[in-house]
Write a protein that binds this ligand. Structure first.
Ligand SMILES: Nc1nc2c(ncn2[C@@H]2O[C@H](COP(=O)(O)OP(=O)(O)O)[C@@H](O)[C@H]2O)c(=O)[nH]1
Ligand SMILES: [Mg+2]
Length: 221
């Protein structure tokens, strides 16, 4: 009974406030994205791109949408700072992962980091959006190519994992590897964006806004 009443109370007084993590390698454009969100969706304009330095620690930005508050956490992407990300996983309602589509040399590194987010147990069931940033740049990889690049990397990664498992197991005890990540990647949403110019930023926020409303995690808070 107590739990029922507590649940009802929480339901009635619930503020629709959701946390969105902005993750990605350093230099991907996470802070530029956050500042553009502030400019487009709040009364206080965000920092201009030339005023943004490397992020040490975190930046936060809150925007108010119809009956909903979205709180964005832009976490530092340098290797040393990535170790802090999992501390935020339990509390987040969605993840926006930003990829620098002009940096072909670091795409694989981006996929490795993306995969570590993707396969974190706390992130299962949390809406995950991939943003192919810097689409304004003439050298940038298109959304289709970004998806292809990830799929190719993920397929290879799955084969490597299966091989490792096979090597580790006795031939009689082999079990098929769960294709969980593969299944999820098929439904992965990729949006092209230019955080500097603002193209795709509204589409990204709209997607996150809609998805957090239906997020399973919402029910547990
Ligand atoms: N051409 C282009 N450059 C961008 C874009 N977004 C960010 N940048 C640049 O990429 C660099 C890193 O951006 P920043 O937001 O600090 O990346 P963070 O480390 O992920 O927070 C800066 O020089 C930005 O001006 C974009 O959409 N297009
Ligand atoms: Mg930053």
């Amino acid at each position: 009974m107590y739990h029922l009443l507590k649940g009802l109370y929480q339901h009635l007084t619930r503020k629709d406030e959701f946390s969105v993590l902005i993750l990605g390698l350093d230099g991907a454009g996470k802070t530029t994205f956050l500042e553009k969100i502030k400019t487009l969706f709040s009364d206080t304009p965000g920092l201009a791109p030339d005023k943004i330095g490397p992020t040490v620690g975190q930046n936060m930005g809150k925007i108010t949408l119809p009956s909903t508050v979205l709180q964005f956490w832009d976490l530092g992407g340098q290797t040393s700072l990535r170790a802090l990300w999992p501390r935020y996983y339990d509390e987040c309602h969605a993840v926006a992962f930003v990829v620098d589509a002009t940096d072909r040399d670091r795409l694989h590194e981006a996929w490795e980091v993306f995969d570590s987010v993707f396969s974190a147990p706390q992130i299962l069931g949390v809406p995950l959006l991939l943003l192919a940033n810097k689409q304004d740049h003439p050298e940038s990889v298109s959304v289709e190519e970004i998806r292809e690049s990830y799929d190719t990397w993920a397929a290879q990664h799955a084969r490597d994992e299966a091989q490792r498992e096979e090597d580790a197991l006795d031939a009689n005890e082999r079990t098929p590897v769960a294709p969980q990540t593969g299944q999820r990647s098929a439904s992965l949403e990729v949006i092209g964006m230019s955080a500097i110019e603002g193209t795709g930023v509204r589409a990204a926020v709209d997607w996150l806004f809609l998805r957090v409303q239906n997020s399973r995690r919402r029910e547990t808070h």
